[in-house]
Design a protein around this ligand. Structure first.
Ligand SMILES: *[C@@H]1O[C@H](CO)[C@@H](O)[C@H](O)[C@H]1NC(C)=O
Ligand SMILES: *[C@@H]1O[C@H](CO)[C@@H](O)[C@H](O)[C@H]1NC(C)=O
Length: 608
């Protein structure tokens, strides 16, 4: 089906981002200077590590293997494999792109729109095609019904997830959404541990940053500034403000102080701090596979009871358990359906509710551990886990993540330049003989590398067979991949005009940190006409979510059913799972679900 693209989409309320450059130059070096001035700039969301042993192993292995391989491919593989993260000290390296990003943050970056003038283009008209987010003013003012207007502040602390970048993104979305829903101040973990995407060398072969906070990828400071309903602070600030003033108590009600009265945990082992938080706060062991995190409409105890009653009622009506997800395949309830209907559709085989009940509503501190042994790991899409009694709150949260938790402009603009170049190539491809004015191109994400799901390891002839009926011989196809051996793709090259990110060195420019290339790949693939991805891959998953946001935004064919022109080359029996509405089901991470994008702009402004 044709994918309608308008090159200059008019966007309601999307003022170009502020580009006032601050003349302030950072001094010093590395992360500490980048993070120094503003509260938010320092908070590393970061994330954890398999330890020094893994570091050494990774570095060793990658130096060996990367030698004869194309650099960008090597970077992609390292950036997005699971578990490359590791503990390391600050590198002290700062690049030009970071300076721009810092200036942007300091001058009050706005999340709406996209303006790439400061990043080397493309033009505003061309950049607009990356924009799937909206600037919904009434949303920005939303405040959780649980947020206290007086009395002691309430907090949410958490232990960051371990794993690859896309898993970290998933769990970050979840804690942001929970803090917002609970009206709690989100306390970021100490910044000493950096998520290491892993590459020292940039596009130009020079040294670059390789340790990151969430702030490098998402506009955390703007998220904080633009939402009166969401506060984000550092662990240090939290400990100074609440722990050292004697406001924290253990389960027996005794005032407790952090280990050694230490408030600055940056750069230090965090386990003692986490143990302190586990013992002090209400430790919430919410297992997404077993329970649905449920939020009543208001603090009124009757609302809490209503949710338990709904659950009981459904079970009574269906022989003791919820209907299987299969009952809703291709048959979603309206997004504004009753709480009961939506709970049934989103149940995903769980057993119970993790209800944000009156007891939890009254606790000062809720702490989310991350611990396999406790069954505590938030490896779930926020929307697959959080349930709101009020459908308007549910859709608000989906919009909040779409509109605000997005890759920074630096990354969006780099991708926009690549998309422009791929479209040009597709437009002038002799095979289409001038019949492709929009420069439509198709895309794959082919996940290989160290992927643990070996059942998805198809060779290229099989990938060709799986996808050929949707593609046209000779046309231009963009492949996002972590496969370093380009010979692997020869069978596809024999049929199509294949391009990779490393064919666009020049448009990517030398200012873009190569650790961002995986994210650029995702954004480029999200703009393709037809897309083929890999089941189980959270990298593919996010591309499909982005495509869902775009299709909703463009009202592209199928959008009312949550369907877009995307397929799986693996696994075979999942080939067309994106062509039918699927409700959330386990394993959540294996794919993304239409409920995160379908008709989520319904009811804007109706939230009081
Ligand atoms: C920590 O500080 C509190 C309050 O100043 C004090 O009462 C306590 O003895 C200190 N604890 C340690 C271990 O220094
Ligand atoms: C849901 O939305 C539809 C279409 O806008 C509307 O007709 C219907 O009354 C709404 N239902 C509820 C429960 O608000």
């Amino acid at each position: 089906m044709p994918y309608v693209k308008t090159t200059a989409r008019s966007r309601k309320g999307s003022a170009p981002a502020a580009n006032k450059k601050s003349s302030k130059k950072s001094s010093g070096n590395g992360s500490s200077s980048f993070c120094g001035r503003h509260v938010m700039l320092g908070f590393l969301l970061l994330i954890v590590l398999f330890g020094v042993a893994t570091l050494l192993l990774n570095l060793h292995v990658s130096t060996d293997r990367a030698k004869n391989l194309d650099r960008i491919q090597a970077i992609l593989m390292d950036s997005f494999s699971n578990g490359v993260s590791t503990l390391t000290s600050a590198s002290g390296i700062k690049d030009k792109a970071e300076e721009i990003a810092q200036q942007e943050q300091e001058s009050g970056h706005q999340l709406a729109g996209l303006n790439c003038d400061a990043y080397g283009g493309p033009s505003p008209e061309t950049a607009q095609e990356m924009v799937y987010w909206e600037d919904v003013h009434s949303d920005a003012r939303h405040i959780s019904p649980f947020k206290r207007t007086h009395g002691p502040k309430q907090y949410l602390t958490f232990e960051p997830d371990q794993g690859g970048w896309n898993n970290i993104r998933m769990s970050m979305e979840t804690v942001l959404a929970m803090a917002y829903a609970m009206g709690r101040t989100l306390v970021l973990p100490p910044e000493q541990v950096f998520y290491l995407l892993g590459k020292h060398k940039g596009n130009a072969g020079d040294s670059q940053r390789r340790e990151f906070s969430f702030n490098h990828f998402f506009h955390m400071e703007s998220i904080h500034n633009e939402h009166p309903g969401l506060d984000i602070i550092t662990m240090k600030e939290f400990l100074q403000r609440e722990a050292m003033t004697g406001n924290l108590r253990d389960q027996q009600g005794n005032v407790v102080f952090p280990p050694r009265n230490q408030t600055d945990w940056d750069g230090k082992p965090r386990q003692p701090l986490f143990e302190f938080l586990r013992a002090t706060g209400h430790m919430a062991i919410w297992t997404p596979e077993k329970c649905m995190a449920a939020f009543p409409t208001s603090p009124d105890p009757q609302e809490t009871q209503k949710l338990w009653d709904i659950k009981k009622q459904v079970e009574q009506e269906h022989g003791g358990s919820f209907p299987s997800y299969e009952a809703y395949v291709g048959k979603p309830f309206p997004v504004n359906a009753t709480a009961k209907q939506r709970m049934m559709e989103n149940w995903a085989g769980r057993k119970t509710l993790c209800l944000y009940d009156n007891t939890l509503q009254n606790t000062q501190l809720i702490h989310f551990p991350s611990d396999h042994k406790l069954g505590a790991r938030l490896l779930v899409h926020f929307y697959a886990f959080l349930f709101f009694e009020d459908w308007k709150q549910d859709l608000f949260m989906k919009r909040f993540v779409r509109d605000h938790v997005r890759y920074v402009d630096l990354i969006q603009c780099a991708a926009a330049r690549v998309v422009e170049a791929v479209r040009e190539r597709a437009r002038t491809n002799p095979v289409v003989a001038g019949n492709n004015p929009n420069g439509d191109f198709d895309a794959f994400h082919i996940r290989r590398g160290d992927f643990q799901y070996t059942v998805t390891r198809f060779d290229a002839p099989k990938i060709y067979d799986m996808s050929k009926s949707k593609l046209h011989e000779g046309e231009t196809i963009y492949i996002a991949t972590d496969e370093r051996d380009k010979a692997f793709f020869q069978p596809l090259r024999d049929k199509y005009d294949i391009v990779f990110l490393d064919d666009f060195h020049d448009v990517l420019g030398e200012d873009v940190n190569s650790n961002f290339f995986g994210m650029v790949d995702q954004l480029v693939a999200s703009r393709s006409r037809t897309f083929f991805g890999c089941w189980f891959s959270t990298f593919t998953g996010y591309i499909n979510r982005l495509r869902g946001y775009h299709s909703t935004h463009d009202k592209a064919p199928g959008y009312e059913k949550g369907i877009h022109n995307s397929w799986y080359y693996a696994l075979e029996d999942r080939y067309d799972h994106l062509q039918t509405y699927y409700p959330v089901k386990q394993s959540y991470y294996a794919r993304e679900f239409p409920t995160s994008w379908r008709l989520i702009d319904t009811g804007i402004g109706e939230l009081e």
